[in-house]
Design a protein around this ligand. Sequence first.
Ligand code: HEC
Length: 120
Amino acid sequence: MRFIFIFFIFLSFAHAKTPYEMGKELYLQKTCFSCHGNKAEGMHNYPRLANRAKGYLSYKLQNFRKNITSSQQQEMMVAFALGLSDDDIEALVTFLSEYKEDEMAESYDDSFDTAGDGGS
Ligand code: HEC
């Protein structure tokens, strides 16, 4: 009996993860951060994803998964979207649309302004 009780406690912990947390894990696991930034703030040609409309992000990811893109630049995303399940996409877009700045604030300091230091 005690064993069963412990099992249920374990189960409830396993399910305690919110879609936001699952999305955050996926964002790191699937290396999305390497292009879209640790804070999903975007860089270079890679668009910002943080706090954008959930429906739009989900629409784009589902299209990429079906190999539907609207520019050559976007074709890069197909490979990253192919492995995503519906649940993965739902978790990712929940995380991205509801993204809170302080979540990964310790990862790096982007307040440094490179303008005028001779960098590109
Ligand atoms: C190798 C770099 C790279 C990686 C890794 C990557 N992306 Fe992208 N992503 C891009 C590029 C390039 C675009 C298209 C930019 C454009 O439209 O010009 C894009 C576009 C998107 C868009 C559409 C945004 C818009 O404004 O239309 C979403 C959503 C997105 N990526 C999510 C993700 C997610 C989620 C992951 C991880 C599973 C990921 N990306 C991994 C490069 C990358």
